[in-house]
Design a protein around this ligand. Structure first.
Ligand code: ADP
Ligand code: MG
Length: 420
């Protein structure tokens, strides 16, 4: 039997919690046997390393086989390094660096509209204050037509949202109820390029976190402080709406080659409206995800192991034609198209093969994670995380809060495993 060692690189921002959890779960998992004929058959072991930022020659060969990145969406040196290792070295990245721009939701809106999804009416308006560039003044004088902001807003209808075409973390987002607010927001937009988008008067906000072929749909409460935004509630959507939320997320992810992304949908009655679908490398901090944290980190480990052990290749080319062909099919209903997209997306993610792989090769991982979360190491990890995130006077409150939610997860997960 051959044995293979894989090196996983973590490209990190300020976070310490999920990388430590990822390393711990992978360590407790240990090597994975994959008894198949061919180059992937044998025993597979995993090393994990945190990547540092260095100058690099574009022809060098990186040591990593897979990289999980939470940094490149705002820091350009690692972003360009990711492009190099994806283009030249076949390093497996969870998000294609050529399409992930977590700050650019415009392209995702365009793709989803072409595919017939219910993106609310959206208009891009030119800058309030054009970029400071001598050439721009000339271009603007010649080509920037005066436009009637009031008429655009009237046509969309109030209330509406004004938000940057490349937004993230609510920067520059405002809800607008009338023409006075419209002008105030546009004047304040300055050098940000803005969309105006019809507001959806929704019943439920569903935020889904996708990691590879798995998706967790969570009830999101955007008005709450960070630690209360994800509600622990399991059947808050009808089965049909829940399935649609999963399908839309998987579709967008397969379309752009994103495997670690979070998506936002507003659900009103039976209708699902996607509003924010480009949050590649999303926040998976213990303090934000709480109850869902063990699922997220376990799934990151499972997907990484699956990709490495089975020799999955990252794809850089988008197969947009296959999706657009379904979109253009005359006589196909919305639900039929969605089913067609879902089949393409599941093919891209090898969903069935992934689940078979987990059942056959990682059947003990659920118990490993449950034991870890139940034990004293995890509690110390929880306490350390709270101490590093919150000011001293809030430690007791947040330690109790997180312990409560994680105990709830332990109870639910124990019941689930006992029933299985
Ligand atoms: N069309 C909309 N209808 C209703 N609420 C919206 C709409 N667009 C944005 N919002 C609200 O504003 C928040 C931020 O907008 P979003 O598009 O998610 O931008 P960001 O990328 O900054 O998260 C959303 O979480 C939601 O609460
Ligand atoms: Mg958002």
């Amino acid at each position: 039997m051959t044995s293979t060692r894989h090196l996983i690189g973590l490209l990190l921002g300020t976070e310490e919690d999920w990388p430590a959890a990822f390393e711990e779960i992978a360590r407790r998992l240990g090597p994975v046997d994959y008894p198949v004929d061919g180059p992937d058959g044998g025993s597979h072991a995993f090393d994990i390393e945190r990547i540092t930022i260095e100058p690099f020659t574009l022809r060098y060969h990186p040591r990593y086989q897979l990289v999980i990145d939470r940094l490149a969406y705002w820091y350009y040196v690692p972003r360009e390094w990711l492009k190099k290792v994806a283009m030249m070295d076949d390093v497996y990245l969870l998000n294609s660096p050529f399409t992930f721009q977590s700050m650019e939701k415009h392209a995702a809106y365009c793709a989803m509209m072409r595919l017939g999804l219910k993106v609310p009416e959206t208009v891009l308006v030119p800058y309030k204050n054009p970029v400071d560039n001598a050439r721009y003044a000339y271009t603007a004088a010649r080509y920037n037509q005066p436009f009637d902001l009031d008429a655009i807003a009237r046509q969309i209808g109030y209330p509406l949202f004004m938000k940057p075409y490349d937004g993230g973390a609510w920067r520059g987002v405002s809800r607008i109820n009338n023409v006075t607010e419209l002008h105030a927001a546009y004047d304040a937009s300055g050098e940000m390029l803005m969309h105006l988008q019809k507001a959806v008067d929704y019943d439920v906000f569903a935020r889904s976190l996708s990691i590879g072929a798995e998706t967790m749909v969570m009830k999101f409460q955007p008005d709450q402080p960070m630690h209360l935004r994800y509600a622990v509630e399991h059947d808050f959507l009808s089965p049909a709406a829940g399935a649609e939320v999963v399908s839309i997320g998987r579709l967008v992810n397969a379309f752009f080659k994103w495997e670690f992304n979070s998506c936002e949908t507003l659900v009103k009655g039976a209708d699902v409206y996607p509003i924010d679908y480009a949050n590649a490398c999303p926040d998976v901090a213990l303090t934000s995800l709480h109850y869902y944290f063990p699922w997220a980190i376990k799934t990151l480990v499972k997907w990484s192991v699956f990709a490495l052990v089975t020799g999955r290749k990252a794809k850089l080319d988008l197969e947009t034609d296959r999706y657009f062909a379904i979109a253009a099919e005359p006589g196909m209903s919305y639900q039929e198209k969605l089913a067609g997209y879902r089949a393409l997306a599941d093919e891209y993610f090898e969903t069935e093969r992934y689940h078979d792989f987990c059942a056959a090769r990682l059947p003990h991982l659920d118990q490993i994670v449950l034991d870890w979360v139940t034990g004293p190491d995890f509690d110390q990890f929880l306490v350390r995380t709270v101490q590093s995130v919150y000011p001293a006077h809030e430690h007791d409150k947040f330690i109790a809060h997180l312990r409560g939610l994680l105990h709830l997860w332990v109870r639910d997960e124990s019941a689930r495993l006992a029933a299985a």
